[in-house]
Design a protein around this ligand. Structure first.
Ligand code: SF4
Length: 171
């Protein structure tokens, strides 16, 4: 039997990311309407990763979180590679969730997250503190409420025209 705390952690990193981008996208993805493989943006992201960090290995853990690469120092350094920092909050919380997951599910405590933006030559360091952890717990609960309800009405936003679900929402 799966405990409540385990159920809480069966969230995919991508869902955390979509939570900040668009609730409709979050709902569609969570209901396995997954067209993202067709998205040019995702292909671009993969291309960017393979060009900029071709020697680094991607890690998928429990089919829930996918970390672009990891560096082992006297702490664990998780790296995410992103195209631009326009959606920084979604990137930040996705990486915070990876840290949260590894801490709570795998018992790894000494973790630092690094967001890499090679195109604009920027990096950001992400640390999970008590208040961020509380935020994440609220977000996870909210994600559960969203996906257990009706599809949220699409709201036209800037990224719609590049979104894999564009036809689903607007055509
Ligand atoms: S097309 Fe726009 S409204 Fe629809 S899922 Fe994508 S971002 Fe959300």
């Amino acid at each position: 039997m799966i405990s409540d705390s385990e159920k809480q952690l069966r969230i995919i990193g991508t869902q955390i990311n979509y939570y900040f981008i668009c609730k409709t996208k979050l709902w569609l993805f969570s209901h396995h309407i997954q067209m993202e493989q067709e998205s040019d943006l995702v292909s671009l992201g993969k291309l960017l990763h393979s060009k900029s960090y071709k020697d680094e290995k991607e890690y998928t853990i429990d089919n829930l979180i996918s970390i672009d690469f990891i560096k082992k120092r006297d702490y664990l350094e998780l790296h995410e590679v992103k195209k631009s920092n326009k959606m920084k909050k979604s990137h930040e919380y996705q990486l915070l969730y990876y840290t949260y997951y590894l801490k709570n599910k795998k018992g790894i405590k000494n973790i630092k997250g690094i967001l890499n933006y090679p195109k604009i030559r920027k990096k950001a360091t992400i640390n999970l503190d008590k208040s961020k952890e509380k935020d994440l717990m609220d977000i996870i609960e909210d994600i559960g409420n969203i996906i257990n309800n009706e599809t949220p009405k699409p709201q036209k936003i800037k990224i719609c025209r590049k979104c894999a679900y564009f036809e689903f929402c607007w055509v």
